[in-house]
Design a protein around this ligand. Structure first.
Ligand SMILES: [Cu+2]
Length: 362
């Protein structure tokens, strides 16, 4: 039950869902539904557990003879279900594929079982429905973060399997009806206690080294070629390009609001699309100076590994080097009031020529 409730939250976190939002982009809905079912199941299970405890303690009712008995899983049915879940083109072709397999350009959709409403062209730089992993990275920092995550997951799986193995062998070897005197030798073991105290400490140190290295590396702001001032407001972002003046000799600046559901055009993302995007050149060291006008906000774009708190009366800075063209979505990630979920961020990375053209038009 805990897994059903919290594991989807893990995937949602990887996909970039901020905490404490009242309404979320549609891509996040799928796993949230699973999570809701999980929480309902765990409430029911807690009730059942208390009921069983009551039966045993008050009603004096004993356990059945085979407490670990589980009915067999229907393997064939599971296999059929799995092989139907293909999500990419190669799985819908025969093997070996024909030379001209498609008459028109095929559009890939994700997770056919549930998402009839979300058959879009696959987006790389926004959360995906039923996404399990990070959004595609577009900056060196994000590459490093993903690598750190995978490194730590290695230890996590090692721990999961060793603890799981211990649990299973305890269940197998020390169940009452099969092993009546198994408690006889369960006393103390100085050596094993030393091992299980020191090993976790060593693992923590192993994790800490790459983690701190990356932390300090990401704090570094390398010689920026371009500075953008980001100001969080209740409930929109405003941007200022302080390196450039427009024809009236003023800084280029504009506000960026959420596009409401009624004004969305086909294909744009609900709760993520804005009226004025941040336009940045690719392959350029850019610095964001982040601040806020009223309350604390947080400027966050998962694909670029940006997450920077915006405080009133204080300038924070974060540097980013976008390594390809693309459209990157993020959301305010610090609860800032009733419309916290309605102040998304859209950063469009374009070639330098296009960026200059855009500057000229300002
Ligand atoms: Cu905010």
């Amino acid at each position: 039950m805990c897994n059903v409730t919290f594991f989807p939250q893990h995937f949602l976190g990887l996909q970039g869902m901020p905490r404490r939002i009242s309404d979320y982009p549609d891509a996040f809905a799928g796993w949230n539904i699973v999570s809701s079912f999980g929480s309902i199941i765990s409430v029911v299970a807690t009730g059942l557990f208390l009921h069983i405890v009551y039966l045993q303690l008050v009603g004096n009712k004993n356990l059945s003879r085979y407490p670990w008995y589980a009915p067999p899983v229907f393997y064939d049915y599971l296999q059929i279900l799995l092989s139907r879940l293909y999500t990419s083109l190669e799985w819908c072709l025969n093997s070996p594929p024909k030379v001209h397999a498609f008459v028109s350009l095929p559009l890939s959709s994700s997770f056919k079982l549930f998402s009839i409403s979300t058959i879009f062209v696959s987006l790389c730089d926004a959360p995906k429905p039923w996404g399990l992993y990070f959004q595609d990275s577009a900056s060196p920092q994000m590459e490093a973060l993903i690598e750190l995550h995978n490194d730590i997951m290695f230890y996590l799986f090692a721990i999961l399997f060793s603890v799981g193995w211990i649990l299973l062998s305890i269940i197998r070897n020390f169940v009452y009806p099969y092993n009546k005197i198994s408690n006889k030798y369960l006393n103390h073991g100085t050596l094993i206690e030393l091992i299980w105290t020191i090993t976790p400490a060593l693992i923590l140190i192993l994790i800490a080294f790459p983690s701190f290295k990356l932390l300090y590396l990401m704090d570094e702001v390398t010689d920026p070629n371009l500075t953008v001032i980001v100001e969080g407001h209740q409930w929109y972002w405003s941007y200022q390009y302080i390196d450039f003046l427009n024809s009236d000799d003023e800084y280029i600046e504009y506000d960026s609001y959420l596009v409401p559901e009624s004004d969305l055009t086909a294909g744009s993302l609900r709760m993520l699309e804005v009226d004025n995007r941040v336009i940045l050149p690719e392959l350029t060291h850019t610095r964001f100076m982040v601040t806020a006008a009223d309350v604390i906000h947080s400027f966050a774009v998962p694909a670029l590994s940006i997450k920077c708190d915006a405080y009133p009366g204080r300038l924070n800075q974060v540097s980013v080097h976008i390594n390809r063209e693309g459209l990157f979505y993020g959301q305010c990630s610090e609860i800032c009031g009733i419309l916290h979920s309605s102040m998304p961020i859209a950063i469009q990375s374009v070639s330098l020529e296009k960026f200059l053209l855009w500057l000229n038009s300002q």
